[in-house]
Design a protein around this ligand. Structure first.
Ligand SMILES: Cc1cc2nc3c(=O)[nH]c(=O)nc-3n(C[C@H](O)[C@H](O)[C@H](O)COP(=O)(O)O)c2cc1C
Length: 208
């Protein structure tokens, strides 16, 4: 099939989010200026540079937030710090629970039954049970195109200034995917649980 994206696709659900897969999940903790803590998952999320290490996420639509910026975007604009907690198989129900469209100021750590751990370099707390955390400072906010009917689409970028890795997910100095057991988002209501890997050596161009 083919459909121009400004025309109806005729499918039961929009296939767009079932195509660019699997999506890593940035489980983002942040705080507003009054010290209210917030936690929410974002799967328009990725690492985007090594040196300095940088990540980004995009908040979309906000239909369920009355057309306002989502709390995570609003908090990061206000206090310029956030933590990316890695979403794992063991924490999957809490990841989902923390996506609740709670009013601003409600703490999704409490809603999802999660304990906090203090961060080293930033104010927002970490999800204590997550085995890996990226402590970040805001670098850029980029407004994205939007449909003009449901609230802003916004990309937020940050520099990673500190990384926590639980020794329990390391083997011989390497992060061990079988111990980390990260989850990713697929299309619709589906997720992927990463348990297997394979390796490939990149080719090197030989002159002459
Ligand atoms: C696994 C998962 C991934 C999500 N990814 C995104 C995303 O990339 N962008 C977005 O705007 N909302 C995403 N959501 C929905 C937000 O988590 C939800 O709107 C949440 O209430 C936002 O919280 P906040 O206002 O506290 O930031 C996702 C939800 C789930 C369960």
């Amino acid at each position: 099939m083919f459909f121009p994206t400004d025309s109806p696709h005729g499918l039961p659900h929009n296939p767009f989010n079932a195509i660019v897969l699997p999506c890593p999940i940035g489980w983002i903790s942040s705080m507003d200026g009054a010290g209210n803590v917030n936690l929410a998952p974002y799967s328009f999320f990725n690492a985007v540079a090594y040196v300095p290490p940088q990540v980004m996420f995009a908040a979309t639509g906000a239909h369920d937030h009355g057309g306002r910026f989502k709390d995570t975007v609003r908090n990061i604009e206000e206090t310029r710090e956030f933590v990316v907690n890695i979403a794992t198989w063991d924490l999957r129900e809490a990841v989902n629970a923390s996506s609740v469209n709670a009013p601003h100021g409600e703490d999704e750590f409490d809603y999802a039954g999660l304990e906090k751990a203090p961060s080293e370099l930033v104010a927002p707390p970490r999800v204590a049970r997550s085995p890996v955390h990226l402590e970040c400072v805001h670098s850029q906010t980029v407004p994205l195109l939007d449909a003009g009917n449901g609230g802003p689409n916004t990309a937020v970028f940050g520099k990673v200034i500190g990384i926590h890795i639980d020794d329990a997910v390391m083997t011989d100095g390497l992060v061990d995917i079988a111990k980390l057991r990260p989850i990713g988002r697929l299309g619709y209501r589906d997720y992927v649980h990463v348990t297997e890997r394979f390796s490939m050596t990149r080719p090197v161009w030989e002159d002459g």
